[in-house]
Write a protein that binds this ligand. Structure first.
Ligand code: SAM
Length: 271
């Protein structure tokens, strides 16, 4: 098949894909996502030498690996270092206040390429004293997680990192790597990444002091939002904080366990 050949996506096929993506990851694909879906999945159809999206959907329904691949293609993974700075200031204050022999656990629950998790680690690491910490990053997209695990980013991404953190935690590449930088390996030791679907409970991850759940709720309807928050709260200790994006809200999620302490920051309370 000619790679540049267009493969039309019918209304019925788009509806099938919408249903499948919703079932797999809870993401609501509205009509504005139609051409994105078509273009991204066309590569998979071309890979299989197929000419109909309905045939591709049949593979996804029966093959877990292809379902994961479809999810990789569909998710939106925009992220950058120190996105929404007030949250990192809050993190710094909270961590500094809990200094001592505390072991602080922070979860970046839709970690994407890892910029959020490493930003968290830089803040925690820079707090002098006996603070020990662990940052766990999870995402549904295995491709972005591989990049996160490597900790290697295009050089322009460093611009969002302050000079002090840059000097302490970023290593500029040399020769063929001169357009990239690497997150300091010592810092990387405190950060781990694994695959997790927010639609499922993540008991194995244990309990966290702070959970970052930013710029992902926007893809969910109210019912899925409530489910995700309910799941996440099982991993948050009482008194711990849940941080969502400054552009998101939990108005539709009436969860009595959450008390709002700032515009996008919630504390888990004892009932
Ligand atoms: C826009 S990125 C946000 C990254 C980061 N939190 C930030 O604010 O910069 C949203 C991420 O959510 C992930 N995601 C979407 N649905 C998910 C689900 N059901 N379970 C886990 N991750 C999901 C996507 O793969 C994507 O990497």
């Amino acid at each position: 098949m000619n790679i540049s050949q267009d493969i039309p996506l019918s209304d019925a096929e788009f509806a099938l894909i919408q249903k499948l993506v919703f079932k797999l990851v809870g993401i609501t694909l509205d009509d504005s996502k139609r051409s994105l879906v078509k273009n991204r999945l066309m590569k998979r159809l071309t890979f299989y030498g197929m000419s109909k999206y309905s045939d591709y959907v049949r593979i996804v329904q029966f093959n877990r690996d292809e379902a994961a691949e479809m999810v990789n293609q569909i998710t939106t993974n925009e992220t950058y270092f120190f996105r929404e700075p007030p949250h990192f200031e809050f993190l710094k204050r909270t961590a500094a206040a809990s200094k001592g022999d505390t072991f602080l656990r922070v979860w970046s629950a839709a970690a994407s390429l890892g910029a959020e998790a490493y930003s968290i680690a830089m803040v925690l690491d820079s707090i002098v004293g006996a603070l020990r910490y662990e940052v766990v990053g999870t995402d549904i997209n295995s491709e972005v997680l591989n990049i996160a695990k490597a900790g290697c980013y295009p050089l322009p991404w460093v611009d969002k990192i302050s000079d002090a953190y840059k000097q302490a935690y970023c290593l500029k590449g040399k020769n063929e790597y001169e357009r990239q930088f690497l997150i300091d390996l010592q810092l990387q030791k405190n950060v781990s990444f694994s695959k997790a679907n927010l639609l499922d409970k993540q008991t194995h991850l244990g309990v966290f002091d702070i959970i970052f759940l930013r710029n992902v709720l926007i893809y969910f309807n109210d019912e899925i939002k409530a489910l995700v928050i309910d799941n996440i709260l099982n991993n948050l200790r009482e008194g711990g904080y849940l941080i969502i994006s400054l552009t998101e809200n939990l108005r539709s999620v009436a969860n009595p366990k959450l008390k709002q302490v700032d515009s996008s920051i919630y504390q888990k309370v004892m009932l």
